[in-house]
Design a protein around this ligand. Sequence first.
Ligand SMILES: [Zn+2]
Length: 357
Amino acid sequence: MPVGTAGTVKGIRFEELESPDLDARIILGNTYHLWLRPGIDVIKAAGGLHKFIGWDRAMLTDSGGFQVWSLGALRKITEEGTEFRSHVDGSLCFLSPEISMEVQAVLGAEIAMAFDECAPGEATHEEARRSMELTLRWARRSKEAFEKAGRDAGEPQAGMPAIQRQALFGIIQGASHLDLRRESLERTVEIDFDGYAIGGLSVGEEKHLMMEVIQEIAPRMPADKPRYLMGVGTPEDLIEAVARGVDMFDCVLPTRNGRNGQAFTSRGKLNIKNARYTTDEKPLDEACHCSVCRRHSRAFIRHLYQSGEMVASILLTHHNLAFFLDTMKRVRQAIRSDQFANFRREYTEQLNSGLES
Ligand SMILES: [Zn+2]
């Protein structure tokens, strides 16, 4: 899922996201950002987030928990919820499972997320346990509030299959402690959600710890429900997580790094600021079929970037999203034709082969 923080995926138009080049079927919206600005009344008046932004395809909204968590010192967590200062105007705000569910019901994405608390990557066992227990209590409250919001809207949410209503996913926490992760999984599944997410990774823990958690948890997640790894990751992370059973991802890397001059390619990362590309007439990625690679050279994109032309960010974002989405398309094809092991080996070998100069 490309990340659309403020109701837009940065640096790219919806037409491009829908084009055969990218064909993004689902994007992510950030509840925290949209709640603070433009505010829920504006989105409600427009008839929900799809109508407000002009996107008919699927969306997932996060709960706001992670964004508030990432404010660090600006927040205070209690049993009831999280108090924090708005990054927009400094005003005091309060977010709880009930408020998050209410806001997400108005946003109206196909998939809503339970309100959770995220322990830092290096959290001790005791800290991670406390945080996990709080997340479980908030998960129960999220589900109750979600069902109530559905009833208030006249939808018998609980009895309907997820495909006909908003779906709610639960989030597994427990930092890097595998016993806590297993317990979190078991007790979150008991609450019964439409899908499950592994949260709290890629938050400063070492890379090998992230893979250990995925290795331990992903194969144990219910096989008949979507398995979502939140906020991850690089192309190699995606392939390795899929190999362990993950289905869904979201990450800002393709868009954010694109704006910073970095292209992801089938042979690794390319920094367009590098002087070696000044007269390089090759496309960003010779193996890529996106409209940017069909049309423009590294030399031209480097020139645009160095000149501060905004289209440099737009072209790099387009290519990066095309590369990530194409990777996932090839993953799906490989799984369907029972060729994933071969695909994983070839893809990884090529990624590590490096860019020829
Ligand atoms: Zn491309």
